[in-house]
Design a protein around this ligand. Structure first.
Ligand SMILES: N[C@@H](CCC(=O)NCCCC(=O)O)C(=O)O
Length: 254
């Protein structure tokens, strides 16, 4: 690979107030997973909301990672009931990522959605979300113990069963894997044009891909970016995503 073909991978940012100023921020684990897991270079995509130059963004990138976030997609985007008081939202991120997801897939730009990014993909394709899985009754605990050390919070939490006709199976080569679980929300109604790739033991959808995508388009509910190089399953996901980005890098006009 020559340096001019290094895949440039957009990583979407969250908005957060630090002191008196609003900042666009991206967790370092996402940036490192692009470098160490996908062999690309991360470029932060700010979620400024409103008009964004989608065509120019897509023309400049070989892939996009839609990151996880403590914030939740605002329920009006999926015709859900209003969130309970105090729910953390990021309306500018919603306004930026929801249109960018479908535009990226249509343009053949590889995408990987993680946790909030996975939930955004589902909403972008017309799906809906459970806002509090633990209140539904039929699901195992999918939340992390926020009082535990990070390695415990992101430790392996449950098994997933992987469909054999799937991007995940192609990457991993096995029909089962162990994953972490760091989320409160989950897919309720699957978006149109999405195919289930994996489920948790309680039936919750843990991964899907976009059926008619011209390139890699996968969403996962868990966090494969977490210490990606130490987990062969997580590595296989970022490697497959990186391969798709490398493929675009060799053909994209610069
Ligand atoms: N808020 C949603 C999505 C959960 C999620 O993405 N968690 C990651 C938080 C830390 C990080 O930024 O990686 C939900 O709770 O379901």
């Amino acid at each position: 690979m020559t340096s001019s073909k290094l895949p440039l991978i957009g990583v979407v940012a969250c908005n957060s107030q630090l002191g008196l100023h609003p900042f666009s921020i991206v967790g370092e684990k996402y940036l490192l997973s692009v470098v160490e897991g996908s062999g690309g270079w991360p470029l932060v995509i700010p979620s400024l909301g409103g008009a964004q130059p989608i065509a120019a963004i897509l023309d400049s990138l070989d892939g996009i990672l839609f990151t996880g976030s403590p914030s939740n997609v605002e329920p009006h985007h999926y015709q859900g009931p209003a969130s309970s008081e105090g729910t953390h939202h990021d309306p500018n991120r919603d306004a930026s990522t929801l249109p960018l997801i479908k535009a990226a897939v249509a343009a053949g730009v590889p995408i990987l959605g993680v946790c909030r990014g996975f939930q955004e993909m589902n909403v972008a394709y017309g799906g809906s979300l459970y806002q509090k899985l633990h209140e539904i009754g039929e699901f195992i605990e999918h939340r992390e113990d926020k009082t535990a050390p990070l390695d415990v919070q992101y430790g392996l939490a449950h098994e997933i069963k992987i469909e054999t006709d799937s991007l995940l199976f192609k990457a991993w080569g096995q029909a089962k894997a162990q994953v972490n679980s760091v989320h409160t929300q989950g897919v309720e109604r699957l978006g149109v044009g999405l195919r289930i790739e994996a489920r948790a033991p309680d039936g919750l959808i843990e991964a899907f891909s976009v059926i008619d995508a011209k390139s890699f388009a996968l969403g996962v509910q868990w966090h494969p970016e977490w210490k990606v190089t130490e987990n062969p399953f997580y590595s296989s996901i970022f490697k497959s995503f990186g391969d798709a980005c490398r493929n675009r890098a060799t053909t994209r006009a610069r």
